[in-house]
Design a protein around this ligand. Structure first.
Ligand SMILES: Nc1nc2c(c(=O)[nH]1)N[C@H]1C(S)=C(S)[C@@H](COP(=O)(O)O)O[C@H]1N2
Ligand SMILES: [Mo]
Length: 398
């Protein structure tokens, strides 16, 4: 049962994780943190700008389903503990192959869960970069999972079929009997009297999963539910002002000062030529307003109402036809990651892709990217570069 739940859940986590990697657009200049990925990028595709809530959904599902599976994974590992340490390691070649795949399966699962959870808790303690490690770990785990499923699925289905779930759920501790001996040696030879019914185990694990789900779902759904997201590392409650919503990194933490974002700030726009625009110049251009989410890789998201200049209009101003030109946005930020991000031609061409100047009717606050930030529909939050100092349009498809 635990294995089948994990199978369905882990497929969701894996697919949404691989989609997130595609959403990062690693083929665009400067975006890739996995230059040695080789063939692993085989499935990459242009990440669309529609529907606007897609990344919010897939990344929310990645993180929430992952957290929900933690109790199931722990219970599953607990249930096979005798097998993990079985000795001698193998009696046949087939067994040796299976046990080797188990090392990758168990090691891969533990590695993916640990790095993922530390990452969403904004706890970068590992001595390597999260993105390549989590990507390579995912593929190692997936290969091991396929081997494991091929070997084990018939047994898992047979085991579930051998019992009537409803009857099992009605059986308390007093009626709980040990499993008959099995050829795999998972069942203890001389089991002690049970301390927990099978129903109790399912309730314990299921209750844990429901709790993990309940304490994390609010950060993706946002709105009043955010208050319930006790597992979210960032603030649960915000004020009611126009700029009172989640901040990823503050300006101060990245060394962006009010002096360089003040009156002498100019946006450099490079394309066929190069020009410099003040915030007044930008405010004098046609402004557009859209409700769009910020959806972070960490699983949290929030929809706000953004006002700004279309990236497509800025491309035209730079002398490159939108639809053929992608852009690299560079920030004033000089330390840390995410000081720049490249967007595809499709993203630049979407009329809702903005260089935002205002949010919810007010000027952007410094922490939300004043004087100007990128907002692109359906893009991962990390591509919504704050404190933009330069937009570098490059012709992709002449
Ligand atoms: N210059 C810069 N822009 C940035 C970041 C950053 O660290 N530096 N963080 C990004 C990430 S990961 C997210 S999720 C969003 C969050 O935007 P917010 O802080 O306004 O909520 O900003 C993005 N823009
Ligand atoms: Mo993010």
């Amino acid at each position: 049962m635990l294995g089948l739940v994990l199978l369905v859940g882990l497929v969701i986590v894996a697919v949404t994780g691989l989609l997130s990697y595609a959403a990062y657009e690693p083929r665009l200049p400067g975006n890739d943190t996995t230059p040695t990925k080789g063939l692993l990028g085989f499935y990459l595709f242009d990440w669309p700008t529609n529907p606007v809530w897609m990344y919010r959904l897939t990344q929310g599902a990645h993180v929430i389903v992952g957290l929900t599976l933690v109790p199931v994974l722990l219970a599953k590992l607990w249930s096979v503990i005798p097998k993990l340490f079985a000795w001698p390691p193998a009696r046949s070649i087939a067994e040796a192959v299976e046990r080797a795949s188990l090392v990758l399966l168990v090691g891969g699962a533990v590695f993916q869960f640990v790095t993922g959870i530390l990452n969403i808790q904004v706890f970068y303690v590992f001595p390597f970069s999260f993105y390549p490690a989590h990507l390579y770990g995912a593929w190692i785990f997936l290969v091991a999972l396929v081997v494991h499923v091929v070997v084990r699925l018939p047994k898992a289905i047979g085991a579930v079929r051998s019992r009537d779930l409803r009857r099992e759920l009605r059986t308390g501790l007093a009626g709980t009997r040990p499993e008959p001996p099995d050829p795999d040696g998972l069942v203890a030879a001389k089991p002690a009297p049970p301390t927990m019914s099978r129903r109790g185990l399912l309730a314990f694990v299921g209750g844990g999963s429901v709790m993990m789900f309940g304490l994390s779902v609010g950060q993706t759904v946002d709105g009043p539910l955010r208050r319930t997201a006790l597992l979210a590392p960032r603030g649960r409650e915000y004020g009611t002002g126009p700029n009172d919503f989640q901040i990823n990194k503050t300006a101060a933490s990245l060394g962006v000062t009010a002096a360089e974002t003040g009156a002498q700030w100019r946006l450099a726009v490079a394309g066929a030529g190069r020009l410099h625009l003040s915030r007044e110049d930008l405010l004098a251009m046609p402004l557009h307003t859209y409700a769009l989410p910020i959806a972070c890789v960490e699983g949290w998201s929030t929809e706000q109402i953004w006002t700004g200049v279309r990236l497509a209009d800025l491309a035209r101003l730079a002398g490159v036809p939108p639809g053929s030109a992608g852009v690299t946005a560079r920030s004033l930020q000089r330390v840390g990651y995410f000081g720049q991000a490249s967007l595809s031609a499709g993203q630049v061409a979407d009329p809702r892709s903005l260089l935002a100047l205002r949010v919810n009717g007010a000027d952007l606050s410094l922490d939300h990217g004043y004087p100007a930030r990128i907002i692109v529909p359906n893009a991962p939050g990390v591509h919504n570069t704050k404190w933009v100092r330069e937009l570098d349009f490059r012709v992709e498809r002449p």
